[in-house]
Design a protein around this ligand. Structure first.
Ligand SMILES: [Zn+2]
Ligand SMILES: [Zn+2]
Length: 51
């Protein structure tokens, strides 16, 4: 289980990608629902956000 960066829920149905922030290697996890709705996410490490 991973915690979605957008809604904070634990999910098994998610997509993960590397944070696009400069020199940030944090993995951004988004659940399927948030991905489909393009819910905003915020990187807790560097503050980068995106749709
Ligand atoms: Zn979510
Ligand atoms: Zn980041």
């Amino acid at each position: 289980m991973k915690v979605c960066c957008s809604c904070g829920r634990e999910t098994d149905d998610y997509v993960a990608f590397a944070c696009p922030g400069k020199e940030c290697k944090r993995k951004i996890v988004r659940c399927k629902a948030c991905k489909e709705k393009s819910v905003k996410w915020v990187c807790k490490n560097c503050g980068t956000s995106g749709p």
